[in-house]
Design a protein around this ligand. Structure first.
Ligand code: GDP
Ligand code: GDP
Length: 454
């Protein structure tokens, strides 16, 4: 039951973040052969390899990360479908509808050498109803001769036609500037770029061995500095050298001084834990291996996951663990650590120094995962196969469709799935599990958010 409560808490924290995180989306639509793919490649600067189509898997939408003028957005290329001869107009109109639902802005591409066809006009009609910005690109304007003709495309009622040549790159910069103007601001990245030593929080319930471990780490390894006058080191932190690297253990003043609040001790301990976690990039969560996992331990773990920090689980007092205790632990871990199966576990003894040198590699792994980003093209190639094999469960008679996904952020890594319906928590966890199987992310929480476009 306490696990269910924790689950609900974490779920709520994730939902609260959803709206803010995704980068803006531009969808590219238009008839076949007008040059959409060429234009998409031009915009991407061919930074990201075009995904190879796997035979037998229909992939009608591909999303990429695009960068221009220091800003980032997601580019969705809706070009891959095979219209049958009878239904071209309907197919393109449906594509435009979908683009309007999913994207923050839509780019309609027209072949200027052909001019506006009946199909183009049908699409324009659909797009004119959109409350979202629509841009019009008149492609294949390879030289000035066609420029005058593009003016006639004003008649589509989508504003100024932007003449471009996707093939030669002509005026594509101007088009991109117009696109950026039409898109909403990109959200900020989760964690600011850090400089200096990476920040570690050493947390765990009282008497689990935090001060002992800090002393061990600063003693055995060389303690670089501990609030030396004239340095920029915040005196509440400790700089510790582990495995040839300097780390900043944040908010350790309390650990060194051992302040005891007679009244409200637990409240203050919890407050200090929260402060340390917020200040850190990665947390070492200390657990007492000689005792059953307690609710207090889970509270600390929940704080770390909710704060979106990377995490290493250190089972301390391993010197006290005998065979019986080890057996009992197996079941406890299965039950108690369901939320963090991805966290690396190290068995240590702050008393004897056993295996404490394993902490630094575990911290590095966790931070590398926390910083890791899967390119959108790669992500969608993987995701479309996964969803084709295991579609989301039907809810209320409807099958939600996952249109595409982006990794909207790092620190912690955050996926945003664009869907046509709600995805239940179980299915999101399934996606997270498979995502980890494919891409790793050991030691870091991964958020899976859903943006429903209806
Ligand atoms: P899509 O079906 O809309 O994705 O169109 P493609 O990008 O596959 O392009 C269709 C054809 O138009 C290809 O042969 C391209 O080389 C050609 N094309 C694309 N852009 C231009 C352009 O700016 N000028 C010229 N002359 N040809 C282009
Ligand atoms: P804190 O409250 O988390 O800072 O815990 P302390 O570092 O003060 O440790 C609490 C008690 O556990 C002290 O008596 C320590 O000597 C003891 N202790 C800490 N680490 C170990 C360990 O690895 N093995 C054993 N047997 N005792 C430990």
């Amino acid at each position: 039951t306490e696990f269910a409560a924790l689950d609900a808490q974490i779920e709520a924290a994730e939902l609260a973040e959803e709206a803010a995180l995704a980068q803006p989306v531009l969808a590219v639509v238009g008839r076949p052969n007008v040059g959409k793919s060429t234009l998409v490649n031009r915009i991407l600067g061919r930074r990201e390899a075009v995904v190879q189509d796997v035979p037998g898997v229909t992939r009608d939408r591909v999303a990429y990360d695009a960068y221009w003028g220091g800003r980032k957005f997601t580019l969705v290329d809706t070009g891959g479908w095979e219209p049958d001869a009878t239904g071209l107009q309907a197919a393109v109109a449906a594509q435009a509808e979908l683009a309007m639902q999913t994207a923050d802005a839509v780019l309609l591409v027209i072949d200027a050498t052909v001019g506006a066809t009946a199909t183009d006009e049908a699409v324009a009609r659909v797009l004119r109803r959109s409350k979202k910005p629509v841009l019009l690109a008149a492609n294949k304007v390879d030289d000035d001769r066609l420029l005058a003709d593009t003016a006639s495309l004003w008649s589509l009622g989508l504003g100024e036609p932007h003449p471009v040549s996707a093939l030669h790159g002509r005026s594509s910069g101007d088009l991109l500037d117009a696109i950026l103007k039409a898109l909403p601001e990109s959200p900020r990245e989760g964690g600011a770029v850090t400089s200096g030593p990476r920040r570690v929080a050493l947390v765990g319930k009282p008497n689990v061995g935090k001060s002992s471990l800090l002393n061990k780490l600063s003693g055995e390894e060389r303690s670089v500095v501990d609030s030396v006058a004239g340095t920029t080191v915040d005196p509440v932190d400790s700089l510790v050298e582990l495995d040839g690297e300097t780390w900043r253990f944040v908010d350790t003043a309390g650990l060194r001084k051992r302040v005891n609040f007679a009244a409200g001790a637990e409240y203050y301990a919890s407050l200090r834990t929260k402060t340390a976690i917020d200040a850190a990039e990665v947390a070492i969560v200390l657990l007492d291996a000689s005792e059953p996992i307690s609710e207090q331990d889970l509270r600390v773990l929940t704080m770390v996951v909710e704060a979106g920090r990377a995490c290493v689980l250190a089972f301390n007092k391993w010197d006290l663990v005998d065979e019986d205790r080890r057996h009992a632990m197996v079941r406890e871990l299965e039950r108690g650590l369901v939320r963090v199966p991805w966290a690396e576990k190290v068995n240590i003894s702050a008393l004897t120094g056993r295996s404490v040198r394993k902490l630094a590699p575990a911290l590095r792994t966790a931070l590398a995962s926390w910083d890791q980003r899967v390119p959108t093209g790669q992500l969608n190639a993987w995701l479309s196969d996964l969803i084709a094999a295991t579609p989301p469960p039907v809810r209320g008679g409807k099958q939600p469709k996952v249109l595409f996904a982006t990794q909207a952020g790092i620190r912690p890594p955050t996926l945003v799935l664009f869907t046509t319906g709600f995805l239940e928590a179980g299915y999101r966890r399934f996606i997270e599990r498979k995502f980890r199987e494919r891409f790793g992310f050991t030691g870091s929480p991964v958020r899976v958010n859903v943006r429903v476009r209806e």
